[in-house]
Design a binder for this molecule. Sequence first.
Ligand SMILES: [Zn+2]
Length: 571
Amino acid sequence: MNLSRREFSSVMAAALAAGFPLHADAATKASNLYNVPKTGNVHLLHMTDCHAQLLPSYFREPSVNLGVGAMRGQLPHLVGEQLLKAAHIKSGTPEAHAFTYLNFERAARQYGKVGGFAHLATLVKQLKAARPGALVLDGGDTWQGSGTALWTQGQDMVDACKLLGVNVMTGHWDFTYGEDRIRQIVEGDFAGKVEFVAQNVKTRDFGDAVFKPYVIKEMNGVQVAIVGQAFPYTPIANPSWLTPNWTFGIRESEMQETVNEARAKGAQAVVLLSHNGMDVDLKMASRVTGIDAILGGHTHDGVPVPVIVKNPGGQTIVTNAGSNGKFLAMLDLDVKGKSVVGFNYRLLPVFSNLLPADKDMNALIAKVRAPYSAKLTEKLATTEGTLYRRGNFNGTFDQLILDALMDVRGADIAFSPGFRWGTSLLPGQSITREHLMDQTAISYPWTTLTDIRGEMIKTILEDVGDNLFNPDPYYQQGGDMVRTGGLTYTCEPGARMGSRIQDMRLNGKLIEADKTYKVAGWAPVAEASKNAGPPVWDVVESYLKVKKVIKPVKPNTPQLVGVAGNPGLGG
Ligand SMILES: [Zn+2]
């Protein structure tokens, strides 16, 4: 390819405008799925938000991912057929299953489980074999999300990532093991092997960098800078007492300075390994210059095609690589001088049936699981319906948690956080303790039972709604709406803060501002709520053991206002 940056960007814009498929082979047969010819001279493999899923699992993509304001109908806020259309993926293909919720149960049975580090390792090796010097980048949310990760304080994932050959990492949930544990891993396990980068994490006292802001690696004669961006709202979305001496934030101007510094030091290409979330990345790409590509995570959006964002310095490729080990992204850049003159991006679904397990990774996984085997595999109940979590407002597994909280803790209303991690189960599957931990394994798992005034309930819902639907992405924190048990309401995502939530009711009766209600919850971020009540997994486990069989669950979701026809709303 021999196009100037300007020609290249106009070609790309024209291709996108004309609706040409960026990759004509996107709908090829499964057998050809992983045969991706090498292009260019800089090769990056990117995984993100695996949430400690070492084994293959089922994972249902969301049927509700609303974009409001300028983001309405824009990637990543497309679901189902709308997403397939935008990415030129044919219905009924393995890719259509990987990227959407469509016919989830049937397609999941047909194509089998996704992810798993042993299968991921095979794919990484295969792509690397044709790509000398390729770097493996881990966007974070790696050490949290499973029983074994929690019980080993992330050690199982640290060892698995070293074996996978991760070169550079940034983080979010990883910080919830506390500052000492992070330092121990970064300065110990990772020393000389994995670089942990984050330009936006500083010490609270003097504002010094806690981690390297970026690293420069040489690949095939090209100097490539990898800049790190940890999740900006870590001490707000998660307990601040776990990282008391560190501050986070978007730090846009420092980002620009960091990119400039890397360029001044000779970087010919600059890539941002980001845990901002995709809307934040898109805004940042429009304002910060000199970044060739943003390999993004946090919002768990499996976005099959990159978004090209123009900015005063040129353009930036923005991507998001899904979650739970389900995808591996591959970016080939063709760098000439100080410019990227061509690229190829693929977000490859990891189908465990199509990729043989890597022997060494399999052995490591077996070893780390062995001490916990009996605990992990204990059957707690059987599910008759599909259990999943993803979606802006509720999922069936969240509803199960809400039902358990209300029942076991004796509450009228329950709140469950809008986490986007957690695997899915098909009808007829046993719910094991491992599955339960996949939904609940955090370092602040306590349940709470609180008398809350109606007025405060409204404030909480408005606040979380604004984190999700604020028209300015820099105020969005990722995650989904808090799930509510018992309480019904209407929600107008496009309304202003303070007027999105209306008509809150309990058992059909309007919630009264001055009346108090018994509300159960879990995952409190306040330090004062440490050990407030039994951990959520104990509460849900006792519920499951009494029920034995979980009938299909109908998630309690709000009545939505003003979103008819929104392409982020599935059928
Ligand atoms: Zn995540």
